[in-house]
Design a protein around this ligand. Structure first.
Ligand code: ADP
Ligand code: MG
Length: 221
């Protein structure tokens, strides 16, 4: 089958931490594919290897075994900034930069002209209902607001793939639902794929498919 449209294709990838008796196999021979427009939940208990798998799929880490490729995106060093975006569990905003400066950063790192980067950052903030927070510093935000800003930053460069690592893990249910609503709404009409690690069933239930992870073993559906 022709697989050139796939955003990422992993074939029997493994990642182990440490050596010998103390070695931990975080991901064991995982095989999976992400197509454009996919909405996938990666579900599993703490320590099952979800974060490690996301890091491998995003090219932030390299496997010890198996193959990983990004047929539609290019080589590993072409993925960022821009084609693949991350949202982490804890807000990862730079504390010295304002909200709008944080959001435009991926574009500036991608050599976009400052005026264009600012315009796109403002549009992304507007889409998430955050315009009124543009000049604030991260320390002046609630946890839910900071995660929304992280989502605005992930969306700003119109990535092809968003990898979200328990993005609602520290939010109450209502705030978590709102964050997911905004993210899914922002992706309507795009072919951006979303892979979201979660142990929140409400979050997983909003995705088209769930992949299960248990002791480093991935089961895709
Ligand atoms: P999850 O995201 O599902 O909680 P992780 O991918 O973070 O799982 O971790 C999988 C396993 O790998 C766990 O046993 C964890 O302790 C171990 N692990 C993760 N990162 C490291 C690391 N940098 N060094 C050593 N062990 C690690
Ligand atoms: Mg994790």
């Amino acid at each position: 089958m022709n697989s050139t449209h796939l955003l990422v294709a992993a074939d029997a990838v493994s990642r182990q931490y440490g050596q010998g008796l103390s070695a931990v196999v975080a991901v064991s021979t995982a095989t999976c594919e992400v197509e454009p427009g996919a909405r996938i939940a990666l579900v599993g208990p703490s320590g099952s290897g979800k974060s490690t798998l996301l890091q491998l799929l995003g090219g932030l880490d390299v496997p010890d075994g198996g193959q990983i490729a990004w047929p539609a995106l290019g080589s590993r060093d072409e993925l960022r900034p821009g084609k693949v975006a991350y949202v982490f569990q804890t807000p990862s905003l730079l504390p010295a930069l304002s909200v709008v400066e944080n959001v435009e950063l991926p574009l500036l790192l991608g050599n976009r002209a400052p005026a264009l980067a600012r315009r796109a950052a403002c549009a992304s903030l507007d889409q998430l209902g955050l315009t009124h927070l543009a000049e604030r510093l991260p320390e002046e935000l609630s946890g839910g607001q900071a995660q929304r800003v992280a989502v605005a930053r992930a969306l700003v460069a119109k990535p092809r793939l968003i990898l979200a690592d328990e993005p609602t893990g520290q939010l109450d249910h209502a705030t978590a639902a709102q964050l997911l609503d905004s993210l899914l709404a922002a992706l309507v009409g795009t072919d951006t794929a979303l892979l979201i690690a979660t142990h929140d069933r409400a979050v997983a239930g909003r995705m088209e498919r769930s992949w299960q992870m248990q002791h480093g073993i991935l089961e895709v559906s």
